[in-house]
Design a protein around this ligand. Structure first.
Ligand code: NAD
Length: 329
C-alpha cells in the first residue's frame, strides 16, 4: 500500500514508519519537524518537510506519490498546554485536520487511520473502558480529538471516507532504533528514566490519596511497537469498513508508584520520589478494554509486561542520552 504518515517524524509515527517499511509498504513521512526529528525519519521512507496547513504541498504530495491511505498522527498533544492555549489545539487538531480531509477528498484518497486518545473519555464511570462508553473530555486536547473523530463519521456518510480511529492509552517503550524524545517531556516512563539517568533528580508523584491499590493513579501502558502493529492491521480494515478501537494492554494497569519501582529494578538505580498534590483533571484510573481489536483484528500485544516496556525505553535512552540531538539534524 502507498501510505502517507502525517507526524511520521514523531515518536509513534517513526516507529509505525519502521514497521510499514519493513513490511514493504511505500511510505511518505509528512512532518514539519516542528516537534519531530529528522533523525527519526526512517531510511526507506520518502520525506516531505512541510506544514499540514500548506495546501499546495499537501495536495502535490498526495498526487505525486499516488497515496492510497493516510495515517494522521500530526497533532499537539499536551493536556496542560491545551487548557491554557485551547486555540492552538482547535487550530492544529481540528481546523488543520479538516484541511487534510479536504485535500484527501480532492485527491481521491479514501482511507484514513486516526491517532485518537483515551482523553476523549474524560472521567470514566467504569473500567475497563470500552469503545461505546460515553465520551466526555475534561480538556481541550481530548475535545479536539473527539471533534475530529465526529467529523470523520459525517465525512464517511457524505463522501465515502473510510476511517479507523485508534484511541491510544499510554504509549511507551522503544524499538531498537527509535524512541521517545519530546520537548518538554510529560510522559511518566521517560521522566522516571531521566530521573534515573541524571543522579539525584527526583520524580514527583501527583497525589497518593486516589481510590487505587496504593493511592497513586493507575494507567494502562502499551508498547509503541505493539501500537504500531495495530495500525498495520487497521490499514487492512480500510478496504472493507470504518471502525473505532481502544488500544491498551488492559489487565489491572500499573500505578505510578509501581512504574517507579519497576524502573528502579530495571535500571538498578534507586529513583527518589517526592509527593505532590493531585493535578486537576487527572482521573484515578484509566484502563482500556482492547477486547474489540483483539477479537476483530486478531491484535496480540507482545510486550504486556511493564518491565519489558521499561527495559526497551531504558536501552534506547542509554544509547541516546541527548535524545535525537546526538544525530544529524
Ligand atoms: N504518545 C502517547 O502516549 C499518545 C497517547 C494518545 C494519543 N496520542 C496521539 O498520537 C499522535 C502521535 O503522538 P506522538 O507522541 O508520536 O507525538 P509527537 O509529538 O512525537 O509527534 C507528532 C508529530 O507531528 C508533527 N506535527 C504536528 N503538527 C503538525 C503540522 N501541523 N504539520 C506538520 N507536522 C506536524 C510534529 O512535528 C511531530 O513530529 C498524536 O496525534 C497524539 O495526540 C499519543
Amino acid at each position: 500500500m502507498r501510505i502517507l504518515i502525517t507526524g511520521g517524524a514523531g515518536y509513534i509515527g517513526s516507529v509505525l514508519t519502521e514497521e510499514l517499511v519493513n513490511d514493504e509498504h511505500y511510505v511518505v513521512v509528512y512532518d514539519s519537524l516542528y516537534k519531530g526529528h529528522r533523525a527519526a525519519v526512517v531510511d526507506g521512507a520518502a520525506f516531505v518537510q512541510a506544514e499540514l496547513s500548506d495546501n499546495s504541498t499537501l495536495r502535490k504530495t498526495l498526487r505525486e506519490h499516488r497515496i492510497e491511505a493516510v495515517v494522521h498522527m500530526a497533532a499537539d498533544s499536551l493536556v496542560g498546554e491545551s487548557i491554557v492555549a485551547p486555540a492552538k489545539y482547535y487550530q492544529n487538531n481540528v481546523a488543520i485536520g479538516l484541511t487534510l480531509l479536504e485535500a484527501m477528498r480532492e485527491c481521491s484518497v479514501h482511507g484514513l487511520v486516526f491517532s485518537s486518545t483515551a482523553a476523549v473519555f474524560g472521567e470514566p464511570r467504569k473500567q475497563p473502558i470500552k469503545e461505546d462508553d460515553p465520551t466526555s473530555p475534561t480538556n481541550p486536547y481530548g475535545e479536539s480529538k473527539l471533534a475530529f473523530e465526529k467529523a470523520l463519521r459525517w465525512y464517511e456518510g457524505a463522501y465515502g471516507l473510510r476511517y479507523v480511529s485508534l484511541r491510544y492509552f499510554n504509549a511507551a517503550g522503544a524499538s531498537i532504533r527509535l524512541g521517545e524524545c519530546h520537548h518538554p517531556e510529560t510522559h511518566l516512563i521517560p521522566l522516571v528514566l531521566q530521573a534515573a539517568h541524571v543522579t539525584n533528580r527526583e520524580i514527583t508523584i501527583y497525589g497518593n490519596d486516589y481510590p487505587t491499590r496504593d493511592g497513586t493513579c493507575v494507567r494502562d501502558y502499551i508498547h509503541v511497537v505493539d501500537l504500531a502493529r495495530a495500525h498495520v492491521l487497521a490499514l487492512g480494515v480500510l478496504q472493507e469498513r470504518s471502525a473505532m478501537y481502544n488500544l491498551g494492554c488492559g489487565g489491572d494497569g500499573y500505578t505510578v508508584r509501581e512504574v517507579v519501582e519497576a524502573a528502579s529494578e530495571v535500571t538498578g538505580i534507586d529513583i527518589p520520589i517526592r509527593m505532590g498534590a493531585r493535578r486537576v483533571g487527572d482521573p484515578a484510573t484509566l484502563i482500556a478494554s482492547s477486547d474489540k481489536i483483539k477479537r476483530e483484528l486478531n491484535w496480540q500485544p507482545q510486550f504486556q509486561d511493564l518491565s519489558k516496556i521499561i527495559r526497551s525505553a531504558w536501552t534506547w535512552m542509554k544509547q541516546h542520552p541527548n535524545g535525537y540531538k546526538d544525530h544529524s539534524s
